[in-house]
Design a protein around this ligand. Structure first.
Ligand code: FAD
Length: 401
């Protein structure tokens, strides 16, 4: 768009598996750039390094004290194994046991409330595993008294295409596969007859159907709708994200990869800088940003008025954290709604899936996989591996027939 390349927010390749590393290098020869993560948090008027819990250095001393003493108190209370418990913890309890009150109240609760749009005590910690770094007590202490750049977490470095944005990966996959229909969608799944009806009117018989569309969309298309799934289907909850992509008429507005914003006074929870993933995504003399705003699906700003008001708040927020100057202008503003963004891990998610997924496999020969099909928090590499694993399983079972 006018010399800028944007994605649906940041889409960076975090590869941990030898198979996907080789596959993606083969699909995008000469078009991958390796970047070191340079992620920060803006809170209390200062920038601190990501992750918050390992890098308290730079925060006002009262907050550092509350965070560190809170962690110390949690370790004293819960011992070396803070997650050992005889009841299922909520995310709020998990965070307080693992990180203590201070870190929870100054970052974990406000940030996650903003991202997931629900209170932290209604979430489970089932999604946290690899996504929330869990530094040792001594790491937190060192990070409270020194500015050090030790990288924690699953995404310390990443790959991104030099040219074309992350779409080049889907295009490279598509070139290797024949018989793809574009511009039409699944309209109805006649599961009793094992037939898929497309919006083009075409009807395709199937032996096994693999679906990666959001699970609630797949369920809506089951025809007839099985009554036994009604309650479970009603329990799936998710957030939407409005991605606001901005071109800026000034070079190098930031050297960061992305910044987290836990405070409510900023309408966005995260802002990233595609020009730092690849300089070829911006025209000379310009910078680029993606700004992420989370909301319940029915509250995503859609009208021109609400979006203009939001853009004004975004601009003020970006000036307040010194990313923008008042004189900066936006040669490009584009709004990309992501209706299904984060699957909400509440107490009902797991039991709903335990009803829905086995039913789909057994009664409809349908395998619902990927981030929104399996209804989980995951990333692109996992979606590729889910597909590979299922293809191998189906291949084996058809060879056995
Ligand atoms: C804000 C945000 C940031 C993210 N950042 C990263 C990141 O940096 N790195 C990373 O690895 N992952 C990231 N992810 C996750 C990544 O987007 C997903 O893991 C990945 O896209 C999942 O791929 P998928 O094929 O399972 O689903 P999708 O890519 O969602 O594909 C599902 C497809 O189904 C289509 N569809 C929907 N309804 C129908 C219908 N009725 N008929 C036919 N087709 C339909 C949709 O148009 C879509 O193309 C991020 C996600 C979000 C929301």
């Amino acid at each position: 768009m006018d010399g800028f390349t944007f994605d649906h927010t940041g889409h960076l390749l975090h590869l941990h598996n030898e198979y996907t590393r080789k596959l993606i290098r083969r699909l995008l020869p000469g078009n991958l750039r390796e970047c070191a993560r340079n992620a920060w948090i803006f809170s209390n008027g200062v920038y601190t390094r990501y992750p918050f819990q390992a890098n308290l250095y730079g925060l006002p001393s009262k907050i550092v004290d509350e965070c560190y003493l809170g962690l110390w108190e949690a370790r004293r209370k819960y011992g070396d194994d803070p997650l050992r418990t005889n009841h299922r913890l909520t995310f709020a309890e998990w965070s307080e046991r693992l990180f203590g009150k201070g870190i929870s109240e100054h970052f974990m609760f406000p940030y996650n409330r903003k991202l997931w749009t629900v209170p932290p005590d209604t979430l489970t910690p089932d999604w946290c595993g690899q996504f929330v770094p869990q530094p040792r007590l001594q790491d937190v202490l060192v990070g409270a008294v020194t500015d050090r750049s030790t990288a924690f977490g699953y995404n310390v470095s990443f790959l991104y295409p030099h040219r074309g944005g992350i779409q080049v990966l889907s295009e490279a996959f598509a070139q290797k596969i024949g018989n793809v229909r574009l511009g039409c969608s699944l309209e109805k799944l006649l599961w009793q007859e094992k037939k898929a009806v497309l919006s083009s009117g075409e009807m395709l018989p199937y032996a096994h159907l693999v679906s990666t569309i959001p699970l609630p969309e797949l369920l809506k298309r089951l025809s007839p709708f099985p009554r036994e799934l009604g309650e479970a289907a009603g329990q799936l909850r998710w957030t939407s994200v409005l991605c606001v992509n901005l071109g800026v008429n000034r070079r190098n507005i930031s050297d960061k990869s992305w910044i987290y914003f836990p405070e409510d006074k900023f309408p966005f929870y995260r802002v990233g800088f595609p020009m730092n993933f690849s300089p070829q995504t911006v025209p000379d003399g310009c910078s680029s940003m993606y700004v992420e705003i989370s909301s319940p699906p029915e509250k995503m700003p859609a009208s021109p008025n609400s979006r203009n008001a939001l853009l004004r708040r975004i601009r003020e927020g970006l000036i307040a954290c010194n990313v923008l100057k008042r004189s900066d202008t936006f040669p490009v503003v584009s709004y990309l709604p992501i209706p299904y963004a984060y699957v909400i891990y509440d107490q009902r998610r797991r039991s709903a899936l335990e009803t829905i997924q086995p039913w789909l496999r057994a009664r409809a020969n349908t395998h619902s996989i990927g981030r929104y099909g399996a209804w989980k928090y995951s990333f692109m590499e996992e979606a590729i591996l889910d597909g590979k694993e299922l293809a191998e399983t189906l291949q084996k079972s058809s060879a056995a027939v």
